[in-house]
Design a protein around this ligand. Sequence first.
Ligand code: MN
Length: 237
Amino acid sequence: MSQTQGTTNAAQFVIDPTERTTLAIEDSEAVFPVNRLFCIGRNYAAHSVEMGHDPDKEHPFFFFKHAGAARSDGQFPYPPKTADVHHEIEMVVALGKGGRDIAVADALDHVFGYGVGLDMTRRDLQAEAKKAGRPWEVAKSFDDSAPCGVLVPASLIGHPEHGAVVLKVNGEVRQQGDLNQMIWKVPEMIAILSQYFELKAGDLILTGTPAGVGPVQRGDRLEGTIEGVGALAVTVI
Ligand code: MN
């Protein structure tokens, strides 16, 4: 365990502490330690419409996934208690620096890098939760619900503002969009989140998905690409 979280080698845990989730980094032996996953809802107009809503520039909303939701071995275990798990391809923003009340103009200084991720969703449970006015956790924050690819440092690729976002399932294009279609841009998301939470180095932001979400089945091969960022290949097991 790291000593930077207020623990010391002398600390005695009564149970084994949870192992830190990490993501690989392009061209590096070092790994990225994952803290929390913040996800934004309905950040592409066309996806907002397909989910039955009007695109909204006034009120972004966020939900969490726990750190253990991030999985990077290219496998997505089909989760229990659902018959309708959907893929949502999203650009992942990895924060290298935290803070509160971060200004939009300073926000990108807090970004370590970017990656390709999936916000896997139990759509049937989400629909029930929406109908009942209940929280989304069982639909969104289940174990392994956020397959993530290798992170690419911003020092290598800059801060992508446009670029094709494509998800293929078994070779067939299912989702297609462009980073420039995001309603809330990366600096705005960081600034707004930092008004509600003290952001921490290690936090990830999943930036929303373009249109074309749909169900997956065991055995499906998901291949996501974000132009200028990278790729992710995941098998549903
Ligand atoms: Mn999503």
